[in-house]
Design a protein around this ligand. Structure first.
Ligand SMILES: [Zn+2]
Length: 85
């Protein structure tokens, strides 16, 4: 039964395409997605291309997310350092 369900999901995805939901927001432009039918995971790379979410890609995303958070943090504080007139 498990195998039947899995292959049916794959058939649906192959026919009408994957139904991706965002699972992880890396930056404003890069997200990780998971298909709600078959569980396939993909991500956008820095160029906006969709790639399979491999362990290597997950690690890259983690680094990008960390870098992005630091940048946003700095931006926030710089904005608040300006004197209010
Ligand atoms: Zn799918």
């Amino acid at each position: 039964m498990q195998n039947f369900t899995l292959s049916l999901s794959n058939l649906i995805c192959a026919t009408i395409g994957h139904h991706y939901n965002i699972t992880n927001k890396i930056t404003n432009h890069i997200n990780e997605y998971k298909c709600s039918s078959c569980g396939k995971e993909v991500t956008e790379d820095i160029l906006g291309n969709i790639e399979d979410l491999t362990l290597k890609q997950k690690n890259i995303n983690k680094s990008v997310a960390l870098f992005f958070q630091k940048k946003m943090h700095r931006k926030y504080f710089n904005a608040h350092e300006k004197p209010v007139l």
